[in-house]
Design a protein around this ligand. Structure first.
Ligand code: HEM
Ligand code: HEM
Length: 181
């Protein structure tokens, strides 16, 4: 099992990071969609989902997405299939970069929002993030806005990303999905 990427395929590190982060983001969006659709702000189940799942998964995502960004910037990447047009390659690369950047930015804003509001998140009960910045209501509100906007941007990028994957899968019938699996 090769852990590094080559020009032909992704290595184990890139594949594991990609699928763990993809799952985390989909679970997070699912949790927040459920909360926004079915629960009120006062619901104890909302506060359970936020404290026990949303924030800890988000904290783990900060570390994983930073690792993934580092791996992305320092590893070779498999070449795109030769029949892809230059604009398609540019679009795919831009979407990948923006996905990664927003996946890093979003949980950091979530963390800053919570700490600035004085709601210190716990990592699955193992440790609690300290009050590393002073409480600041305006900063918490700004971070909430950034967190929400990035969620919308991330979902738009994900839709483009999945449309690209489907095009390869159903139209070109190539090995793009297989080389990431
Ligand atoms: C993978 C990372 C994350 C994703 C995809 C994500 C996604 C979301 C989404 C979609 C919302 C709903 C926004 C809205 O209603 O406009 C939200 C809200 C929120 N998130 Fe995150 N989040 C992540 C990480 C974090 C982290 C690390 C924290 C804090 C430690 C956090 C704390 C919050 C809080 C406090 C809210 C507001 C909930 C409310 O409406 O009261 N999130 N998040
Ligand atoms: C569940 C939905 C997802 C599917 C089916 C999927 C599928 C894929 C596939 C097949 C590739 C390989 C493209 C190639 O070989 O050139 C890829 C690459 C990539 N995906 Fe996803 N992806 C998903 C979600 C995500 C999410 C949520 C992110 C957010 C960070 C993401 C970020 C990336 C990046 C940055 C690359 C490029 C990796 C590199 O070149 O090192 N993907 N994805």
């Amino acid at each position: 099992m090769e852990y590094r990427n080559t020009e032909q395929r992704y290595g184990t590190v890139a594949k594991c990071l990609h699928w763990i982060i993809a799952t985390a983001i989909l679970v997070q969006i699912g949790i927040m969609a459920y909360i926004n659709l079915f629960l009120t702000d006062a619901s104890p189940f909302k506060s359970y989902l936020m404290t026990a799942w949303h924030k800890p998964i988000g904290l783990a995502s900060i570390v994983l997405t930073l690792l993934s960004l580092h791996w992305y910037l320092t590893s070779p990447r498999p070449r795109f299939p030769i029949y892809m047009q230059a604009w398609e390659k540019r679009l795919a690369t831009t979407v990948h970069r923006c996905l990664l950047l927003s996946a890093v930015f979003m949980p950091i804003c979530g963390l800053l929002m919570s700490v600035a509001a004085g709601h210190l998140p716990s990592f699955f009960g193992l440790f609690t993030i300290p009050q590393f910045i002073a409480k600041n209501h305006d900063l918490a509100l700004l971070m909430f806005d950034f967190h929400s906007w990035t969620a919308c941007i991330l979902m738009g990028l994900l839709a483009l990303h999945l449309a690209g994957v489907c095009k390869h899968l159903f139209i070109h019938k190539d090995n793009i999905l297989k080389r990431m699996s």
